[in-house]
Design a binder for this molecule. Sequence first.
Ligand SMILES: [Cu+2]
Length: 127
Amino acid sequence: MKNNIIAIVAISFTVVGTMWAVSNLISSNDTIKTLKNAGIILVAKDNLFNSTNPDIHAKTNIPLRITIVNKDFTKHDFIIDQLNVNTGYLSSDQDFTTAIASNNSGIYQYYCSFHPATMHGRILVDD
Ligand SMILES: [Cu+2]
């Protein structure tokens, strides 16, 4: 009798544990997908970001995932002083994912500290 109870308890632990693990797996996949969809990619190439140093639009209080990819042979970085974003330098073919987050609307400058004359643009944060 005692053994049966122990067996039942063990089985229910296993079942609950498996269900917990499966649901965690599903929800974490969803999170990754959402972040990927919401994020943007900036490719550093020929001393420009995405060829045109585009304006980047973000909303207040919603972090925007941003990935910087270095496709040049020289080092680049990506800095937004007012929003405390700094990727550190990226060697050729390295990438770095960070997030733009601001409570305040406004226009902020992004730039590469190695090539500030050619690699710079605007972050526009709206309510
Ligand atoms: Cu650069």
